[in-house]
Design a binder for this molecule. Structure first.
Ligand code: ZN
Length: 304
């Protein structure tokens, strides 16, 4: 799933190519992906210039001319690829399926934005969960507030004290608490597993059972993991398997291979219906503070 680092890469890599460009025609092949505030529609995108691109949590906000804004959420599997007029790939971001450099449009390409200078932006989503919402720019803050996003983990607003206070109110598995976007904005399955491995905390610890030292460790680990992914390149994980050619991610997608820290075999369990990877030795689970184990549920089938 595109998580904070993947979405941030859209802003950093695609943003410089998109800002200042004017939108021509927009093709929408799956109606459910697009919604608009009353009085607005897909045709209102035509002729607008992209003024600014920024991120909040896993959402990107595209500020357009004439007081409009497009808020985009790539959800589980959305991918954006920008081709110039010659078909050359200028930039990409999001989910790497189909692989970067693949022929586009793909059969799962649901939105095609023709820019006025001949460049084309493709939104491909094999799961069809991506969403685009067009609204007056004055409504963006209210729209984002409704998403109840927690603090941005790479800013000073994200503190160990606040993280600790939020975890203390949750008697669910720690992994599930980290996936709650109102606890921390932008963390998904991969970086939750990585943060817990780095902090040496079991994903099935009850969130409220952490002491102050453990919260501080987790807070540092989240920042380290996200910062690393932004600096060194996002985690290479395909179909739930981490690339054997790279050390990162260390736990996620590594079931059955030795822990990079202690050599114990990394295990996989379902936590909150999500495939969860951890080292049973580095991340012990005290029986007194364990959330119940789960079997892989029907809803979990096919989810990584
Ligand atoms: Zn280990």
């Amino acid at each position: 799933m595109p998580e904070l680092p993947e979405v941030e890469s859209i802003v950093r890599d695609l943003g410089p190519h998109l800002v200042g460009r004017r939108i021509g025609r927009v093709e929408l092949h799956k109606d459910k992906l697009f919604s608009a505030a009353p009085g607005l529609g897909l045709d209102d995108l035509q002729g607008k210039t992209i003024r600014r691109l920024w991120r909040r949590g896993k959402l990107t906000v595209w500020e357009l001319s004439d007081g409009l804004a497009l808020v985009m959420h790539l959800k589980l599997a959305g991918q954006l690829v920008l081709h110039d007029a010659d078909g050359y790939e200028l930039g990409h971001g999001g989910h790497p399926v189909p692989a970067w450099g693949s022929a586009l449009p793909h059969k799962a390409t649901h939105v095609i934005v023709w820019l006025a200078d001949g460049a084309v932006l493709y939104l491909t989503d094999i799961r069809q969960f991506a969403r685009l919402a067009l609204m007056p720019d004055g409504e963006v803050e209210r729209f984002l507030a409704k998403q109840r996003l927690g603090p941005e983990p790479l800013t000073r607003r994200f503190t160990a004290a606040e993280l600790g206070a939020k975890l203390a109110r949750r008697s669910i598995a720690l992994k599930s608490a980290l996936l709650d976007q109102s606890v921390v904005g932008g963390i998904g399955n991969i970086y939750a597993d990585e943060s817990l491995w780095r902090a040496r905390l079991h994903p099935r610890r009850v969130a409220s059972s952490l002491d102050a030292g453990e919260v501080a460790r987790l807070h540092r680990a989240i920042r380290w993991v996200l910062d690393y992914a932004l600096r060194e390149g996002v985690a290479a994980v395909l179909q739930g398997k981490a690339s054997p050619d790279r050390a990162f991610p260390y736990a996620h997608g590594r079931a059955g291979t030795p822990c990079a820290r202690c050599g114990t075999i990394i295990q996989k369990e379902w936590v909150g219906g999500r495939g969860t990877h951890f080292c049973p030795r580095c991340q012990p689970l005290p029986a007194a503070s364990a959330a119940p184990a789960e079997a892989a549920s029907l809803s979990a089938v096919g989810r990584a």
